[in-house]
Ligand binder design. Structure first.
Ligand code: FEO
Ligand code: CA
Ligand code: CA
Length: 559
């Protein structure tokens, strides 16, 4: 990072930007694991073109459609239930997306990973819990199997032809990872007696490794197999899940809540125990000069924490130390059983510390945060940005974006400075920030996640914002630093998983849970994407157009 900073300073000199570079301006592409190093090559002409871009700020809308600002258009690549090959179909509630080209010289042909976060049983397994006083007594194993199939992730080969991305049906790379796929633990000790577990679920956001594999993160795992809770005397009790899968499959909940790595080429997967167990929203990796890795990951729950793992060996997500943030004092605190007496007192060993990371973090004095979600690294400044979605219990309804500046710009530093970069609210025009992505010019794109039950409700503070949206904070020109709405989601939906294609011509985006508030399938609250069968379907879209290409013009990111 120091290297990047130096380069950046010389870039400022060369391009004579002067006051144009202010701390409020961001950058790092959600797609990259290494910061930009080619600032010197930026042409003044391209920079001037970027400064002249006129952005349309879409007004808030409650329309049941995916609305886009001028200069943008979209087509659907794949939706829930579509065939990916002769035996498999695309799962439900697509979230994180990540595109890796098969050949680095051809950005128009590659493998797209898509997370399938959770299911709505009303649509997926035809189970309506509202019909019953004791709904779990009416569940069948077939319904649970359907649900387990529809979570996890998909790998699909996609190609762009004449401006449209299409799945290559039956491509040998196409495959599903589901709630039943066997997955190895990247750890020396078994967990609950095994070293290979069954399935992944609650796959929310993710990341990419420097060695070009997919990362998918298990977030609200307690909704599938419940949670083990401990009282003050360390006595465990089982808290049931909301989906009730544990009534059919006796899989320990300790097998979920991890960061999972997927090999794009063969679909093999592993769970990285060293990164701790909690509701991982995402995992954002940075490769140090000596090839050791630093991984940032947030625990998306009220009053939970921000973590970072620093590896002690090159390219390892096993050997190293997990830290948790004390944002008040600017310290990374080690979840290290061997060297922290307070952890040695409470837990049997390091494996238990990692399984019960939330408790260990609190013992060390970690700062409770307002739902830390996505994390992205600015490729120009190296600052780290963290969405804090909200914390209604603390009257933080609109959330904020936290900025972390590691000491001396070193990602393996154990101290840092933190500050609020942007606060949500009516004045700033956005509420509940969730996914973040930097484009190839260093503009920051943000999606919002107001809950379906609160959106467009007269008695809720979310009314002025209407439907969830996609925003951009331009880095250059007259709108620099402003928060501009460029897309509005269909009814009840959330826009998730923004990811730019390597040539900067496409923004891949998930439209997740349209029509989530539906009570009667025959009368859904949304019909997007307006399929023949008239029910809402989560889908991945490609956003293209003049504006995407112009915004990505600078191409400062080396991938
Ligand atoms: Fe699955 Fe925190 O969003
Ligand atoms: Ca999310
Ligand atoms: Ca979210």
């Amino acid at each position: 990072m120091e290297y990047s900073r130096k380069k950046f300073i010389s870039f400022i000199g060369k391009a004579s930007l002067g006051a144009f570079i202010m701390p409020q301006f961001l950058t790092s592409c959600g797609n990259t694991t290494t910061p930009a190093t080619n600032f010197n090559n930026i042409s003044k002409e391209k920079l001037n073109q970027l400064k002249k871009i006129v952005l349309e700020n879409l007004p808030p809308s409650d329309k049941d459609d995916l609305l886009l600002a001028n200069g943008l258009n979209y087509h659907t690549i794949i939706k829930w239930g579509d065939k990916i090959n002769n035996k498999d179909t695309f799962g439900f509630n697509n979230d994180f997306t990540c595109f890796i080209p098969i050949d680095n010289n051809n950005p128009e042909d590659g493998l797209l990973w898509v997370n399938h976060e959770y299911v709505n049983p009303l649509f997926v397994s035809d189970f309506d819990h509202r019909k019953y006083d004791k709904p779990f007594e009416h569940r069948t194993i077939e319904q649970v199997d359907q649900e387990m199939y529809n979570v996890g992730g998909s790998i699909i080969r996609i190609k762009e032809e004449n401006g449209r991305w299409k799945i290559v049906e039956n491509d040998p790379y196409n495959r599903r990872i589901t709630g039943k796929t066997p997955i190895k633990l990247n750890w020396d000790s078994p967990i609950k007696g095994v070293t290979t577990v069954i399935g992944t679920n609650s796959n929310c956001s993710g990341g990419i490794t420097p060695w070009k594999t997919f990362i998918t993160c298990e977030e609200n795992y307690d909704s599938c197999f419940g949670e083990t809770e401990y009282d003050d005397n360390n006595v465990p009790t089982k808290k049931p899940s909301s989906l009730g899968w544990e009534k059919f499959y006796n899989y320990p909940t300790e097998h979920y809540g991890w960061v999972v790595e997927i090999n794009p080429k063969d679909g093999t997967a592993q769970k990285h125990i060293a990164l701790g167990r909690f509701a991982h929203e995402c995992c954002t990796l940075y490769e140090l000069a000596d090839k050791r890795v630093v991984a940032y990951t947030g625990d998306d729950k009220n009053n939970e924490h921000l973590y970072k793992f620093i590896s002690s060996k090159p390219s390892s997500l096993k050997e190293g130390t997990l830290y948790v943030a004390d944002t008040i004092n600017g310290k990374w605190l080690a979840l290290d059983w061997e060297n922290q007496p307070i952890l040695k007192n409470k837990f049997k060993n390091q494996t238990e510390v990692l399984i019960r990371a939330r408790e260990a973090a609190k013992l060390l004095g970690a700062t409770p945060l307002n739902r830390p979600e996505d994390v992205e690294i600015d490729p120009i400044t190296g600052n780290i940005f963290v969405s804090l979605t909200n914390n209604k219990d603390k009257n933080d309804f609109h959330g904020s974006i936290l900025k972390i500046e590691e000491t001396n710009g070193k990602f393996d530093a154990l101290t840092f400075k933190s500050s609020t970069y942007k606060a949500g609210g009516e004045e700033s025009g956005f509420s509940c920030p969730d996914n973040l992505a930097f484009d190839l010019s260093g503009n920051l794109w943000i999606t919002s996640d107001m809950s379906g039950s609160s959106m467009n409700k007269k008695d809720k503070p979310y009314m002025p914002f209407k439907n969830n949206s996609l925003f951009v904070i331009p880095r250059y020109g007259k709108d620099a630093g402003k928060i501009i709405r460029v897309a509005s989601a269909p009814k009840d939906a959330e826009l998730t998983g923004p990811w730019f294609s390597p040539d900067g011509k496409t923004l891949f985006l998930s439209v997740q849970h349209p029509g989530e508030q539906t009570k009667d399938k025959n009368n859904p609250t949304s019909k997007w994407p307006f399929d023949k069968d008239n029910i809402p379907k989560p889908a991945v879209v490609a956003i293209t157009g003049d504006l995407i290409e112009k915004m990505n013009k600078l191409n400062i990111i080396e991938s």
